[in-house]
Design a binder for this molecule. Structure first.
Ligand SMILES: Cc1cc2nc3c(=O)[nH]c(=O)nc-3n(C[C@H](O)[C@H](O)[C@H](O)COP(=O)(O)OP(=O)(O)OC[C@H]3O[C@@H](n4cnc5c(N)ncnc54)[C@H](O)[C@@H]3O)c2cc1C
Length: 282
């Protein structure tokens, strides 16, 4: 079984600040990490490899320094890593990013057929959650998003059964491979890197692919040229002007407290009272 896991190097958002004047993100000096959501997918792929054997290739598109993120994934147990990097990719939106990654996965598949692709649910910087589905569409893979559990995998029949979080419940879905899966956060816990894998990661020769190696002929579909999205403005939302209010209640009795609170609530939100009366009458 051959699994490709797409990972993205992102700035550690816990340490990001927004510039008070320009409202742009201040990335300088912010450490880069593997997108945390991608680690849930990588761990799930590693669990499948533990169970069924096979090979895991991690893939990223990014600047040369993204190599560090790939090495981290090797230290967790991935077998191979490919960095797709080229000036021609600069300015890519999610459409162009998913195009480039899909092309690279096709190239990977020429070396060894790909049975499954994993991606994170979303990133913590771009946050669009579009790249995984974009790859699935381009490669005609069965798309399984928000997966909370892989119930079973039958490699011989190439069949997978998963649990997926949906609005109001959990869906159990069965489909055929090849599939693209995005794992839900909190579904597993990334294992520790073993000493052996850490040494392997340090020595591993990360494969660097430019546009041509990634199998891309049409430069009109990558980078800025292939990106119809225009970011017209970036701004930090205004902090909420309303602050907490201390409500005095003379008696301190729970009943009086509840009456004071509901009275206040209905005064501030008169429509709420009308809605409750309507619902009670129905
Ligand atoms: C007009 C425009 C211009 C842009 N220009 C640039 C630019 O010059 N430089 C730049 O760095 N960004 C640029 N971006 C941002 C870039 O488009 C996104 O970072 C990228 O498309 C991924 O989107 P996302 O972060 O929302 O990922 P999501 O869709 O939220 O990611 C979902 C999952 O897809 C996978 N994934 C996402 N991106 C990658 C990747 N690069 N490699 C491997 N797997 C991945 C991961 O598994 C991830 O968890 C630009 C965006 C726009 C709209």
């Amino acid at each position: 079984m051959h699994i490709v896991v797409c990972i993205k190097q992102v700035p550690d958002s816990a340490q990001i600040r927004v510039h008070p004047v320009t409202n742009t993100i201040m990335r300088h000096g912010v450490p880069a990490i593997v997108n945390p959501y991608d680690l849930f997918s990588l761990e799930e792929a590693l669990k499948l490899k533990d169970q069924f054997g096979g090979r895991i290739t991690v893939l990223t598109m990014g600047p040369p320094q993204a190599e560090a993120a790939l090495r981290k994934c090797i230290s967790f147990g991935a077998d191979d890593a490919i960095l797709v990097t080229d000036r021609a990719f600069a300015g890519a939106d999610t459409l162009a990013t998913s195009y480039a990654l899909a092309a690279a996965i096709e190239q990977i598949g020429k070396e060894l057929a790909v049975d499954m692709v994993f991606a994170g649910k979303q990133t913590i910087d771009g946050d669009t959650a579009q790249v995984g589905p974009g790859i699935a569409k381009r490669l005609d893979l069965q798309l399984l998003t928000y997966v909370s559990k892989i119930e079973s995998l039958d490699i011989t029949r190439r069949q997978i059964v998963i649990q997926r979080r949906a609005e109001g419940g959990v869906q159990v879905l069965q489909t055929k491979l090849p599939a693209l899966i995005t794992m839900l956060e909190g579904t597993n816990e990334m294992r520790f890197a073993t000493m052996e894998n850490m040494f392997r990661a340090a020595r591993h020769k990360i494969r660097i692919w430019d546009r041509v190696a990634a199998g891309i002929d049409d430069v009109g579909k990558i980078g800025l040229k292939g990106s119809p999205t225009v970011v017209s403005k970036v701004f930090a939302p205004k902090p909420n002007a309303r602050s907490a209010e201390i409500i005095e209640c003379e008696s301190g009795e729970p009943r009086d407290l509840a009456l004071t609170l509901t009275g206040k609530l209905f005064t501030q939100h008169p429509k709420l009272g009308e809605a409750i009366v309507k619902q009670a009458a129905a």
